[in-house]
Design a binder for this molecule. Structure first.
Ligand code: AMP
Ligand code: GLY
Length: 418
């Protein structure tokens, strides 16, 4: 089989790495990929947003399966366009992708199908949103969410009404996220521990992937601004068998029933961002793609070949199951100092010695310049360590991190700790 992976981050390196292990696969292409994906497959210089060029490439090269990394091409209709040409694609329809592409759509879906989520109010203009704040009905902390995709920056947690006011101003007044701020969701703040639960589904049946927990803040001790994720661990601490079956009955099954009742085609992954509250699990958001850096701990924990299962989903009839490795995975992200704000690019990266066998390096914001590996993004790479327990997996990941260096490299020292 020839497989095309769309995207260029650490998630896509992990995907290509796992797909390349399949003995059913003869070639793995990645568009546009990074130097890491080029080690396990072949990079194709097509931007992940260029649907015409992706489609032409898949047709010309008789690609048997396309696996989509990021959400934007799905929201732009990649799934429907590929399927209309008879191509097998792992990635939902545009309607399905709206579950991530519009927070308003996602909240309405959850309310309609009885999926637990924070109470919220939606506004399509700034004046109404501001008058809700002054109505006395708004409780703080309050979460202000731009409706559309905002590169992970559209969620603002506000401790008091003044900051909620300025968040509404940012989203709807200054239009900091453009059209994504046409509508705003004001949502109750939930406390608890977060967990990332992924399923893969053909819209009828599903397989639950290994659970994971992401560390979103830039600094140790969950301090500083939110990032795309600075590290992850799988399994997710606190998600035992019994909690997972609650998540299945209260969230996953109603979600699948909801897709069917609403006639939404969905062939891909759903990543439920959950808050485990004292009243049970509650959905913060749906994603229609694999998490990053969750992928860097999920795929290494899957023992089976994932390609036949992904291909069966793309064909519309999920079959097969996945055997998991009874090990813990921890991934630690090496980032450019300044991230998630401004940072330097083009800094040479050195691999000073071989990584331990129990660690794998996944590249993200890297590129090759004059034959040398240099930085090209905020999150530059992640090292995943595997072990019999969290401590061993952490040791492997941090030993691995110690083998890579570049000027201005920063990483959290407390991933999966405590
Ligand atoms: P989202 O993109 O909706 O997942 O939001 C990004 C992050 O904001 C989440 O991972 C949480 O850390 C936080 N968040 C979102 N909604 C809430 C909420 N209702 N209560 C507390 N934290 C939230
Ligand atoms: N790590 C969180 C995400 O991929 O959205």
């Amino acid at each position: 089989m020839k497989v095309l992976v769309v995207g260029s981050g650490g998630r896509e390196h992990a995907l290509c790495w796992k797909i390349a292990l399949s003995d059913q696969v003869s070639r793995v292409f990645c568009a546009p990929g990074n130097p890491g994906t080029a080690q396990v497959g072949e990079n194709v210089p097509i931007d992940a947003g260029d649907l015409d060029a992706l489609l032409a490439f898949a047709l010309e090269n008789a690609i048997d399966l396309t696996v989509v990394g990021p959400e934007q091409p799905l929201v732009n209709g990649l799934g429907d366009r590929f399927r209309a040409e008879g191509l097998a694609v792992f990635g939902p329809s545009q309607a399905g992708a709206m579950l991530e592409g519009s927070k308003v759509f996602a909240k309405e879906f959850m309310f309609r199908h009885g999926i637990p989520t924070a109470a919220s109010h939606t506004f399509d203009n700034r004046e109404d949103a501001l008058s809700f704040l002054s109505s006395g009905d708004a409780q703080v902390p309050l979460v202000v969410k731009a409706d559309g995709l905002a590169a992970g920056k559209g969620v603002l947690i506000c401790e008091d009404l003044e900051s909620a006011e300025s968040a509404i101003e940012t989203v709807m007044g200054e239009r900091a996220f453009g059209e994504a701020g046409d509508q705003v969701v004001l949502e109750d703040f939930l406390s608890g521990v977060e967990a990332s639960i992924h399923i893969i589904t053909d819209g009828k049946s599903y397989v639950i992937l290994p659970t994971a927990k992401d560390h979103k803040k830039i600094f140790d001790g969950e301090k500083g601004p939110n990032t795309g994720g600075m590290g992850a661990v799988s399994p997710a601490p606190g998600v035992d068998h019994s909690l997972l079956s609650t998540i299945e009955s209260e969230i996953i099954r109603p979600f699948i029933r909801g897709l069917q009742q609403d006639g939404i085609e969905f062939q891909g992954t759903v990543f439920f961002g959950l808050m485990l509250t004292e009243n049970g699990p509650s959905v913060l958001e749906f994603n229609v793609r694999f998490g990053d850096p969750e992928s860097q701990v999920i795929f290494p924990r899957i023992e089976s070949d994932i390609v036949p299962v992904l291909a069966s989903i793309a064909a519309g009839n999920l079959s097969g199951s996945l055997a998991l490795r009874d090990e813990v995975a921890v991934t630690v992200v090496g980032a450019s100092v300044g991230y998630p704000g401004a940072y330097k690019k083009g800094v040479p990266i050195e691999i000073t010695r071989d990584l331990p066998n129990s660690a794998t390096l996944f590249q993200a914001g890297t590129k090759t310049a004059d034959g040398k590996l240099v930085t090209a993004g905020g999150r530059v790479f992640a090292v995943t360590g595997m072990g019999q327990n969290v401590e061993d997996a952490r040791t492997a990941a941090y030993d691995g991190i110690g083998c890579v260096r570049f000027d201005g490299m920063v990483y959290r020292t407390d991933i999966a700790k405590g």
